[in-house]
Design a protein. Structure first.
Length: 318
């Protein structure tokens, strides 16, 4: 029995040593890739910092001419370069990479062909940038509309147009990213259910008045009468979706009259940076290699535990 245990220990130790060698090799490759990405990040940060500092100098000069009453704004603008530089830390880069992969996963789950997922993720990012919206929320909206409008016979061009129109409607409505995200969830649920009513309608009325006006115009009623139509079950998904497509130009005009907030401007910056690092990671395969090794470790942890248990038993028997 002792001999069998000893043979098991030897076999398991051999497997562990082989696993450790492979894991260490992959870790070295991954670390080298991450260091390369970090170096690129530092270079990009220096370039961005130079650009923002130059902008800061111009802005500060203008602020000085405007008087001391708004002098406190100078420090905020001057600190923008440092904020951008800090945003490119290694941990933040990893978050950008994860967020990009999460966006790809949403698109894939909505039924997009694997070879088109990367292209579609970039298109969604463009929509988020043009609408000054959060990328994750825009991705959720697109994925939801893709699923809910299949039975309506909507094509990809129409789904993308509706995604941009709705995103711009919420931005024009002055809603925060969190409020818009909740309203988008409600709208997706309504489209999937086949009609707009109850809480879903309230979310549209409160979060995107411009969108509510489009829907009202489609049915030839006032915004105030939409609740009555909802109670009667008349705000069907096909009519609502059609109203959104028809009203794209109207929403675009209302959106064009809005001024970007600081939060919205950072949405644009974050979206661009996220796409850059996400696509760079796709090219290098760094995060995929790290993820595979972590998964392999998790899948083989029982081997490690058995070696420890058998080795402990053998030591106690000595």
């Amino acid at each position: 029995m002792a001999e069998a245990e000893q043979q098991l220990v030897v076999q398991l130790e051999a497997r562990i040593r082989d696993f450790e060698r492979n894991f260490q090799k992959a870790s070295r490759v991954a670390n080298d890739n991450w260091r390369g990405i970090e170096n690129r990040g530092r270079t990009a940060a220096r370039n961005l910092e130079s650009t923002f500092l130059s902008t800061s100098n111009v802005a500060n000069a203008a602020l000085e001419r405007m008087g001391a009453g708004i002098g406190s704004l100078k420090g905020q603008i001057g600190g923008l370069a440092s904020a951008v530089t800090g945003a490119l830390s290694l941990n933040q880069l990893r978050r950008y990479v994860d967020q990009w992969q999460e966006l790809r996963n949403r698109i894939a789950a909505a039924g997009e062909a694997p070879e088109r997922v990367g292209e579609r993720a970039s298109t969604i990012t463009d929509i988020a940038i043009r609408s000054r919206s959060d990328v994750a929320g825009t991705g959720d909206l697109y994925a939801g509309l893709t699923r809910s409008t299949k039975e309506l016979g909507a094509n990809q061009a129409q789904v993308l147009q509706a995604t941009e129109t709705i995103s711009k409607a919420f931005t024009a409505g002055g809603q925060s990213a969190q409020t818009a995200a909740g309203a988008i969830t409600q709208l997706n649920q309504a489209m999937s259910a086949g009609k707009l009513s109850g809480d879903e309608l309230n979310s549209v009325l409160e979060g995107a008045p411009a969108l509510a006006r489009l829907i009202a115009a489609e049915f030839g009623v006032s915004v105030g009468q939409l609740k009555r139509l909802a109670e009667e079950g008349k705000l069907t998904s096909d009519r609502v979706f059609g109203a959104i497509l028809k009203g794209a130009a109207t929403i675009e005009a209302e959106f064009a009259r809005t001024n970007p907030t600081i939060a919205q401007s950072f949405n644009v910056l974050s979206a661009s940076v996220q796409r850059f690092w996400g696509q760079l990671d796709e090219a290098t395969g760094t995060s995929a290699a790290i993820s595979r090794q972590i998964l392999r470790l998790g899948e083989n942890i029982d081997v490690v535990m058995r070696v420890a248990a058998v080795a402990g038993t053998a030591l106690l028997a000595m």
